[in-house]
Design a protein around this ligand. Structure first.
Ligand SMILES: [Zn+2]
Ligand SMILES: [Zn+2]
Length: 344
């Protein structure tokens, strides 16, 4: 099979590799569409994210959809010909987190495109049956692939315990911010304030459910927010920008007793925070790492087409053009949101 292999930082070659064979409990999937994620770009440029370091050539890509073309021994819930969305993490199933349902915290997880595990910028992958979810005929391959970043937004909204009628601010309108907005809307938020520096991204935010937008280049967030919330602040802030200033602004934006969910990773190990203020206002600060139990609900939420998450796709590439997709993501940040690779 053909695969786009990251050989060194900034160097991807198309290689011919052995087609994988499904073991017992696994299925063989022909990949149809894969999204390019910020984490892929980070590995491509810098060769590592935190404790995860690329030490040998790796296939990137973890936002994947495909069609089942082979079945391993003992697989009962899936069959050849089904179109599927792939949840990219295979967990140990035995640790305390796997047992209590927070399997996103499993330290033994094998996650696509997280070193040393290969991803899906290739023609075929094998996955364990339990992380492969059939999708309805009406769902596009692109939507199925984007269930992965959509899941991050869904998990963030769940961690923030967003209930119908509540008000939300979302810092950063990259793909994850947009997915958070879509999920806030689906959860029934009465006000969704989207914040970014790029007008194009704020335009997109309105398509994803934002009721208000603030361009930090133009307005002062504090004043704008005081105006639209009558000085109360919002119930929930979702920080997806991964910037220390955005986190501090999120903390200032919520009401007394409000919640702040941190989704974006700041590029530094420590960030200073206004702790006396946070204690005085009984803020809840909540971390988010990937997601758990989101795929079945995400498939249901996206099946009726009410929210079209494929609007964020700004470029389509063949497997051979994977390197060009990375280059575009790096050099044209203002005009690119989500690139799709089509190995099929
Ligand atoms: Zn991703
Ligand atoms: Zn585990």
């Amino acid at each position: 099979m053909k695969a786009a292999v990251l050989e060194h930082p900034l160097t991807i070659s198309i290689k011919s590799l052995e087609r994988p064979v499904p073991n017992a409990g696994e299925v063989l999937i022909k990949i149809t569409a894969v999204g390019l994620c910020g984490s892929d770009v980070h590995y491509y440029e810098h060769g590592k994210i935190g404790r995860f370091v690329v030490e040998k050539p790796i296939i990137l890509g973890h936002e994947a959809a495909g069609e089942i073309v082979g079945i391993g021994e003992g697989v009962t819930s899936l069959s050849v010909g089904q179109r599927v969305a792939i949840e990219p993490g295979m967990t140990c199933g035995e640790c305390e987190f796997c047992r209590d349902g927070t399997y996103n915290l499993c330290s033994e997880v094998e996650f696509l495109a997280t070193p040393p595990y290969d991803g899906a910028f290739c023609e075929y992958v094998t996955m364990r049956e339990e992380v492969v979810y059939p999708i309805p005929d009406s769902m596009s391959d692109e939507t199925a692939a984007l269930i992965e970043p959509f899941s991050v937004g869904l998990h963030a909204v769940r961690r923030g315990t967003l209930t119908e009628g509540e008000t939300v601010i979302i810092m950063g309108m990259g793909p994850i911010g947009l997915m958070a907005a879509a999920n806030a809307r689906l959860a029934g938020a009465s006000m969704i304030v989207a914040v970014d520096l790029e007008e194009k991204r704020l335009d997109m935010a309105r398509q994803f459910g934002a009721t208000h937008t603030v361009n930090l280049r133009e307005g002062k967030l504090e004043e704008e927010l005081a105006h639209i919330t009558d000085g109360r602040g919002v119930d929930l802030a979702l920080e997806t920008a991964g910037h220390p200033d955005a986190l501090r602004q999120a903390i200032q934006a919520v009401r007394r007793g409000g919640r702040v969910v941190i989704v974006g990773l700041p590029p530094v190990d420590e960030v200073s925070l206004p702790v006396p203020y946070m204690v005085d206002s009984e803020l809840k600060l909540i971390g988010v790492f990937r997601y758990h139990h989101t795929y079945p609900d995400a498939i249901k939420l996206l099946s009726d087409g009410k929210v079209d998450i494929t609007q964020m796709i700004t470029g389509k590439y063949s497997l051979e053009e994977t390197g060009a997709a990375f280059q575009a993501a790096i050099h044209d940040k203002a005009n690119t949101l989500k690139m799709m690779i089509y190995p099929g």
